[in-house]
Design a protein around this ligand. Sequence first.
Ligand SMILES: Cc1cc2nc3c(=O)[nH]c(=O)nc-3n(C[C@H](O)[C@H](O)[C@H](O)COP(=O)(O)OP(=O)(O)OC[C@H]3O[C@@H](n4cnc5c(N)ncnc54)[C@H](O)[C@@H]3O)c2cc1C
Length: 351
Amino acid sequence: MSEKVKYLIVGQGLVGTWMGHYLQEKKLSFKIINNSAMPSATKVASGVMNPVTGRRIVQTWMIETVLPFAVNAYQNFQEEVAAAIIKKASVALIHPSIQMKESFDYRLNHENVYLKKNESPAWKSFFHTMHGTGEIDDCYWIDLIQFLKTGRKKLQAHYIEDQFEEKDLTLNANSVQWKNIEAEKIIFCDGLESMGHSYFKALPFAPNKGEALIVAIEGLPAENIYKSNIAIVPWKDKLFWVGSSFEWQYQDREPSLAFKEKMMAALDSLLKLPYHVVDHLVGIRPANTERRPFVGLHPLYKQIGICNGMGTKGCSLAPYFAWQLIEHIEKGIEINPEANIERFAHLLGKK
Ligand SMILES: Cc1cc2nc3c(=O)[nH]c(=O)nc-3n(C[C@H](O)[C@H](O)[C@H](O)COP(=O)(O)OP(=O)(O)OC[C@H]3O[C@@H](n4cnc5c(N)ncnc54)[C@H](O)[C@@H]3O)c2cc1C
């Protein structure tokens, strides 16, 4: 005898947790399948929401919409689970070169919403600041480990610890069957794993390897995120996350000695404080060539959907696009065309 639900979600990373949250809020029936032993990008991410990006310090895609949406969503989530999840933490910029200082000064005077002058004497006592300092306002830090943990607890009644395998899935005319569950829709929030199954493997995923060191830094306050040619982000247990790398071509998914040495050399030249390395993390970002998410229902199989491809911006994009996909299915609102997988109908539409 099958249990009938409206939604079956595959994956409880950042995206799957937000899907579960909104389905719960809307009192829709659902189950989440997740294999917690599998790698998850969310478990190793630094959890920063930063409205500007790159060498030119420009605003990130859709930030004026997704950032206020995400801040509100994490604050509501935090209240519901009664645990600290989101913290406002401006980015202390320690300019790594004269060119980066010039970029910052230029942006400060042109279409600037988020940048501020800041020559804090405290920062000068922690870091070598020969090219000066500045600040990015309106940045946030998400405690992703706490988010996943409290999310799991909150979604417990819907959660199934299991491995999804395509051989267990049958498509009916208007539903799917997975083991003893019949669902009107199955939504893949399984990160990188979507690349491997037949429904969405044609999407232009471009996985990207990122590593980070977990470091104890004696005397560095955890109020700020610090950014130079590396990022130093407050982590749990008074430690700091230091990274990262962005590798499109990689041989394996292992932590590399080359990365560790590179980060330690960067810390040696940046920090005036003593530090020691306590851990080395690695993850693969579910990125893509266009740097836009994959959201929507399959053009041939309307009972199958995806919310994925969040790349380097999962924290700010996931709440908004999880919400948008559910609103699309439930109320027919339009999915942002730049994120909608309809744009790949020519790739997905071939049987
Ligand atoms: C080093 C690094 C640093 C990052 N820093 C940031 C940052 O500061 N800010 C930011 O916004 N983003 C950051 N990111 C990106 C961010 O981590 C991702 O965009 C986001 O976590 C993707 O979430 P997801 O839910 O799509 O995937 P995942 O977190 O990978 O979740 C997928 C889930 O599906 C489950 N799963 C997969 N396949 C199966 C299966 N067959 N059966 C059962 N379960 C399955 C997995 O166990 C996992 O729980 C970083 C990424 C890396 C690697």
